[in-house]
Design a protein around this ligand. Structure first.
Ligand SMILES: Nc1ncnc2c1ncn2[C@@H]1O[C@H](COP(=O)(O)OP(=O)(O)O)[C@@H](O)[C@H]1O
Ligand SMILES: CC(=O)OP(=O)(O)O
Ligand SMILES: [Mg+2]
Length: 407
């Protein structure tokens, strides 16, 4: 039996885990995933080498921690999976944690670091709470296995001061850590490395506008291999709308939406301390509020079933375009590639084509057939640029956050 490392990526609508061999470099041996947590029934996917399995689950898995618990039980009890994943052979568990506050690099979980991360929970109540519940579960169920946490926010530590500073009282801002942090950084690190390799350029000379668009969505400007701006902010609520998130709104909207906004939400657990306003803007907005579905696959269709679906699509296109224009100017037009990643970025040919058509003024053009086909299963980066395109290349990158957690 090979010793193994388990990498855990708890997203807002999915939990993806990968088992790797404990060697240098680690080699992926099996992937398991629960998706559709916000659009039941959830589905379970498993892949080991060429063997693939997918099923719709009858179980109710309402949160990422329920999904992780299910994956853990399933992997360790299923003979097909326990062959690669036995509890006794686990060397480490590597966790993606969205908000790392001022942590610039990964940390090992002990009482002190866990306590520090618990203090940050209020800054990303929806994401960090679930990730820490998963870490607590691992500590209880697998006490002998070390947990290491990697942070989405760490990649964005290079963002310059005028970009990360909010124009509010600076004493209050500093005392409370109120600044832009940015997220999806683990994914952006994977995208940067993979795209640089694909382009045959050193990472330090690669400049990109990359989109990680899944149920949480963001855009990042990378100049010479460093993040210089990104659309999420203090929390993953800022910037683009998402499956259940509003994205940017006038902050005053909160005071006019409901006069109950400042109170603790009835749905908030004792540990999460989230207000009604946070609950509404994080969990009851976005595609779900507009159309009733959190699945963008039902919205990004040639003939939308309702006007609301069409509106949701058009809003997304409008907001993404705003960031691309902004970042193109910030990068002084020196952009090697515009990159699509995340569940929507990787799968929606319609969204990519619609955006590319609106980016013609930047010299962006995609090849319709390459775009329609999208990347093959084992293709990390697919170039969909039309021949003769004068602007940045247009790439689809099948991101792999778990891969970064074990490097
Ligand atoms: N064919 C598709 N077209 C457009 N969007 C899709 C398609 N398939 C899945 N998606 C979207 O991708 C999302 C999942 O993205 P992903 O990045 O894997 O999730 P998470 O944000 O939980 O990490 C789904 O919620 C769905 O909206
Ligand atoms: C930061 C974030 O929104 O993550 P996800 O898209 O995985 O929910
Ligand atoms: Mg994700």
């Amino acid at each position: 039996m090979t010793r193994s490392i388990l990498a855990v990526n708890a997203g807002s609508s999915s939990v993806k885990i990968t088992f790797y061999t404990f060697e240098n470099p680690p080699r992926a041996i099996a992937d398991a995933e629960i998706s559709g947590i916000t659009a039941p029934p959830p589905s379970f996917k498993y892949q080991k080498g060429a063997s693939k399995h997918k099923e719709e689950l009858k179980e109710k898995l309402a949160t990422p921690q329920d999904a992780f618990n299910y994956l853990l039980k399933r992997c360790f009890s299923d003979p097909e999976l326990s062959e690669v994943a036995s509890v006794d052979d686990l060397a480490y568990i590597c966790h993606r944690v969205v908000h790392g506050g001022d942590y610039h690099e990964e940390v090992e979980i002990n009482d002190e670091t866990l306590h520090h991360l618990e203090k940050l929970e209020d800054l990303a109540p929806l994401h960090n709470f679930s990730a820490l519940e998963i870490i607590r579960l691992c500590r209880n169920e697998l006490p002998k296995v070390k947990s290491i946490t990697f942070f989405d926010s760490a990649f964005h530590q290079t963002i310059p001061e005028p970009v990360y500073t909010y124009p509010i009282d600076q004493e209050v801002a500093k005392a409370n850590g109120l600044r832009k942090y940015g997220f999806h950084g683990i994914s952006y690190e994977f995208i940067l490395r993979s795209v640089a390799q694909h382009l045959g350029k050193p990472v330090e000379k690669t400049s990109l506008i990359a989109m990680h668009i899944g149920s949480g969505a963001s855009v990042c400007a990378m100049k010479d291999g460093k993040s210089i701006d990104t659309s999420m902010g203090l929390t993953p609520l800022a910037g683009l709308p998402g499956a259940t998130r509003s994205g940017d709104i006038d902050p005053s909207l909160v005071f006019h939406y409901t006069n109950e906004a400042g109170k603790l939400s009835p749905a908030s657990t004792k540990e999460m301390h989230i207000s009604t306003a946070e609950e509404i803007l994080n969990k009851k907005s976005g595609w779900k509020a507009l159309t009733g579905t959190t699945n963008f696959g039902e919205i990004a269709v040639a003939n939308p079933p309702t006007k609301a679906h069409k509106l949701a699509f058009d809003i997304f296109v409008d907001r993404i375009l705003g960031y691309i224009g902004n970042y193109y100017v910030k990068l002084n037009g020196q952009v090697d590639a515009v990159v699509f990643a995340g569940g929507i970025g990787e799968k929606s040919a319609l969204l990519r084509q619609t955006l590319a058509d609106k980016l013609q003024c930047l010299g962006v053009a995609v090849d319709a057939a390459a775009n329609d086909n999208g990347p093959g299963d084992d293709e990390t980066v697919k170039d969909i640029t039309a021949g003769g395109g004068k602007g940045p290349r247009v790439l689809v990158c099948q991101t792999n956050e778990q891969g970064v957690l074990t490097q």
